[in-house]
Design a protein around this ligand. Structure first.
Ligand code: GDP
Ligand code: IMO
Ligand code: MG
Length: 429
């Protein structure tokens, strides 16, 4: 199994970026296949921090980085990110970055609509990242999107732009907003086009070549299974499929290409934005975890909600996404806790559930059933071998493995790239 697909198995921010970067030096290409700059992936290498939103996490190690067709691409955000990362000494050229020419664009009108809807929803808002992700995916599915390849045909874009803008003008009117200024939008597209086109190509072809040569492809998921538009806590989800199967459709390779599915799992649970969260801790324990884990969003800076490990959710995610093995991250954040709890089931109106029911109201009412385990006073921070972990931490990891019915392949013990314990090599297994 040469390829590896990394996905988040909770509500995002599990540490995907760190693990992708760690694996990237052994891969020949790193491919983003869904989401957009709603993602925030943090890499720490020798004390230097890189925050990536659209760029695949392979970019820092110099691995060929590919933005697949399943991504929604904000060209201005991309340009800013490229400038920022180049400012940190990373070289980004058309040699190491490729963008699918059939990738739909996120335009300023998408960001407007995202914001208008969230404001109008008041308390019922999704808590989106405000990046225009949902509206851009709607236009893709509605067959109105402007795509990367359209940037090479701006002189004939008018009818397409008219169709898109007519749709948005009607929506904007409902919010009391003026119509889209088509001329200004076309001008903005003209200005950004050369920057994006430099990287644009049919990436499926490039990846086919990479694959034929027997090279290793690392797929980098964004968000997490519980934010998947089908399988997540709908409607409090993102607007793409975040499950492993999307790696194929979102990059232009077949389903037999995804290889080892590595689910990234935080040793506790976090969520940013609205929606059900059965094990949420709104007390000082949660506050302590949030502080020790620096649980603030990479993209929006919002405080992440924090809770105990939920084995029901992770078991469900692993099943839905065909996870081969997990990487358990941030175990060090639990250091020093007297007791740790794991959710093993839910109680809902007198019945016990071993899965999360589909309806939002049921999800909101699920009461967690906990199993309690002793914590550990020793430090796991920076441990690089399984034998260095305290016995109680090993028991916790083993219990998680049992409950989620999936083996642990990696354990991460700090934000640093090399503070990682390898138990089962995803590129070999
Ligand atoms: P992603 O969206 O899944 O890539 O995760 P984020 O980067 O948004 O959030 C994970 C945060 O945890 C980042 O700040 C990482 O640097 C940090 N992190 C990753 N792994 C570990 C770990 O094992 N221990 C600790 N303490 N922090 C970690
Ligand atoms: P990474 O890749 C955590 C959440 C938002 C909101 C919902 C919908 O860093 O794990 P959207 O802007 O996508 O329409 O917002 O999804 N969300 C994330 N939460 N990590 C992410 O990405 C997220 N991307 C989106 O907070 O609840
Ligand atoms: Mg993140």
């Amino acid at each position: 199994m040469a390829n590896v697909t990394v996905i988040g198995a909770q509500w995002g921010d599990e540490g995907k970026g760190k693990i992708v970067d760690w694996l990237a030096s052994r891969a020949d290409a790193v491919v983003r296949f869904q989401g957009g700059h709603n993602a925030g992936h943090t890499l720490v290498i020798d004390g230097k921090t890189y925050k990536l939103s659209l760029l695949p996490s392979g970019i820092v190690s110099g691995t060929l980085s590919v933005i697949g067709n399943g991504v929604v691409l904000d060209p201005w955000a991309l340009r800013d990110e490229v400038a920022k990362v180049e400012g940190q000494g990373v070289s980004i050229t058309d040699e190491n970055l490729a963008i699918a020419d059939n990738c739909p664009l996120i335009l300023p009108l998408h960001r407007d609509l995202d914001g208008l809807r969230e404001t109008a929803a008041g308390k019922g808002k999704i808590g989106t990242t405000g990046r225009g992700i949902g509206p851009a995916y709607e236009d893709k599915v509605g067959r109105r999107a402007i795509r990367v390849c359209d940037l090479a045909h701006l002189d004939t874009l008018e009818p397409q732009l008219d169709r898109l803008c007519a749709h948005h003008d009607a929506l904007r009117a409902g919010f009391g907003q003026p119509p889209v200024d088509r001329a200004a939008l076309l001008e903005e597209l003209r200005e950004i086009a050369p920057f994006v086109l430099k990287f644009a190509q049919p990436v499926w072809k490039r990846l086919k070549k990479v694959r034929r040569a027997g090279a290793k492809i690392l797929f980098e998921g964004a968000q997490g299974v519980l934010l998947d538009v089908d399988h997540g806590t709908y409607p409090f989800v993102t607007s793409s499929n975040t499950v492993s199967g999307t790696a194929a459709s979102g990059s232009g390779l077949g389903p037999n290409s995804t290889g080892f599915v590595l689910g990234i799992v935080k040793a506790y649970t976090t969520r940013v934005g609205s929606g059900p969260f059965p094990t949420e801790l709104e007390d000082e324990i949660g506050q302590g975890l949030g502080e020790r884990g620096h649980e603030f969003g990479t993209v929006t800076g919002r405080k992440r909600r924090v809770g105990w490990f939920d084995a029901v959710l992770v078991r469900q995610s692993c099943a839905i996404s065909g996870v081969t093995g997990i990487a358990l991250t941030k175990i060090d954040v639990l250091d020093g806790m007297e007791k740790v709890k794991i959710c093993t089931g839910y109680r809902l109106r007198g019945k016990v559930y071993d899965y999360l029911p589909s309806h939002a109201a049921d999800q909101a009412e699920c009461e967690p059933i906990y199993e309690e385990m002793p914590g550990w006073s020793e430090s796991t921070a920076g441990a690089r071998s399984y034998a260095d972990l305290p016995a109680a931490a090993i028991k916790y990891i083993q219990r998680i493995q049992e409950l989620i019915e999936c083996p642990v392949a990696l354990v991460s013990t700090s934000p640093e790239r090399d503070d990682t314990i390898l138990m089962r090599d995803p590129f070999v297994d």
